[in-house]
Ligand binder design. Structure first.
Ligand code: 7TS
Length: 414
């Protein structure tokens, strides 16, 4: 039985008050809060067995290494990777995409090759390709959207040609909350001879993912969006792709041998993990994965769907709310972006903050999507496993207060 009130007890920050009001945290797509077990596990590492990994025979070094490598295995299981060699620890989804751009793209792409991305990508899945295109003369094409914000699959198929070497696409849009049909996209891309990178930053925290069943070539995600600490993320890659990729950072721990003239890289995944890693981050992430496994992603997914459905219904009853993306909950996950009349999103967010409610306002790191929508900014409420319908009610009440404040003009333009 999923008991959200019991779950909330595990998150110390949810007892905080902001401006004298209980915190209502609806900015989960930016980062999620952390349960006490994750925070305590990180403290335990520093207090009880802090040591560097992969190098020391002493007790602390061995213990830290064992736990670090166990987490790699737990993450492999979490996404059903064939083995833990396919799991590379990075700083986050952004670094993982950059690692593919430079480790794979720089080595294998040449002038005239094409990369297909979409109009709903986060900047992390746009800018690295633009940087690579300056260097290599490759072309980036954007798959357009349908009127409801969903991906235009007909256009996708038309844009996919023999020149397309990589399709890099988000599973869930961080603005529209739309869940893209990635299995179909992967199958179609493979038939055209392209490999596929799935940006799972917004989906892996809530949707059970099986990389083998999907036949995904690369999957990237960040720990901090799924109860884990900041500064740690994952690049999953098929073993043969990781084998042929170049490392990005040369240094300690990523080599088998170093001579004055040349070096021999370590095997995967270690050749990508040069330098002392974020050991505490990995260990904390391991605890977050354990916490999510105990709750069951399928229950978390269901909880988010119920909340989004409830919020959509309530928002649609407010005069002057413009919701971006589909208004039917079956097409979206835990994210709702909107504008309210012509009130600037920063004003909406500031007034909500006075009520203790945290939402995001701005371009949400998706400027091409905002340009397509004809706006420069939006408000975004995003939910996670600890949010409740009562919090949604407070959020709706607070929006009514926003309306009262701006009733008599005093508006910036969006
Ligand atoms: N991809 C998507 C779809 C994202 O939503 C984000 C972060 C990233 C990649 C990058 O993740 P990072 O952990 O490397 O920063 N999204 C957001 C957001 O929507 N608000 O703040 C961060």
């Amino acid at each position: 039985m999923y008991n959200v009130y019991r779950i909330r007890e595990d998150f110390p920050i949810l007892k905080t008050t902001i401006n004298g009001k209980p915190l209502i945290y609806l900015d989960n797509s930016a980062t999620t809060q952390k349960p006490a077990v994750v925070i305590d596990t990180i403290c335990e590492y520093y207090k009880q067995y802090n040591a560097n990994i992969h190098r020391s025979v002493h007790y602390l070094g061995v213990k830290a290494t064992e736990i670090y490598e166990k987490v790699r295995g737990d993450i492999a299981k979490f996404i059903n990777a064939p083995n833990s060699n396919c799991i590379v620890f990075t700083k986050g989804a952004t670094e993982s995409i950059n690692l593919v751009a430079y480790g794979w793209g720089r080595k294998f792409l040449k002038e005239g090759d094409e990369i297909l991305i979409t109009l709903m990508e986060h900047h992390s899945n746009i800018v690295p390709w633009q940087m690579l295109s300056i260097e290599k003369g490759i072309k980036i094409k954007f798959v357009p959207l349908n009127d409801d914000g969903s991906l235009n699959l007909t256009a996708f198929k038309e844009l996919l040609t023999e020149r397309t070497k990589l399709v890099s696409i988000t599973h869930v849009s961080n603005v529209l909350g739309i869940i893209n049909p990635i299995k179909e996209i992967i199958d179609t891309s493979h038939k055209a001879g392209a490999i596929v990178l799935i940006d799972g930053a917004q989906s892996v925290p809530s949707i059970p993912i099986d990389v083998q069943n999907l036949d995904a070539d690369f999957l990237v995600f960040s720990a901090h969006k799924m109860l884990g600490p900041t500064g740690i993320g994952i690049l999953y890659g098929k073993e043969d792709l990781l084998e042929e990729m170049d490392p990005l950072l040369g240094g300690g721990d990523m080599i088998k041998k170093v001579t004055k003239d040349y070096s021999v890289w370590a095997d995967i995944p270690y050749k990508f993990e040069g330098g002392t890693q974020n050991i505490a981050g990995v260990i904390g992430f391991g605890k977050a994965i354990e916490y999510l496994n105990n709750l069951g992603l399928e229950h978390i997914y269901k909880h988010e769907k119920t909340l989004v459905s409830y919020t959509l219904k309530r928002l649609l009853n407010i005069d002057g709310i413009k919701i971006y993306g589909p208004t039917t909950e079956n097409l979206r996950l835990n994210i709702i972006s909107f504008n309210y009349k012509d009130i600037h999103p920063h004003d909406v967010a500031t007034i909500l903050d006075r009520e203790g409610i945290a939402i995001r306002a701005g371009h949400q790191c998706a400027q091409p999507l905002h340009s397509y929508l004809g706006i420069s900014a939006s408000c975004r409420a995003s939910f996670y496993l600890y949010n409740t319908e009562e919090e949604v009610d407070k959020f709706i009440e607070a929006l009514e207060k926003v309306n009262m404040v701006f009733k008599n003009g005093n508006r910036r333009t969006i």
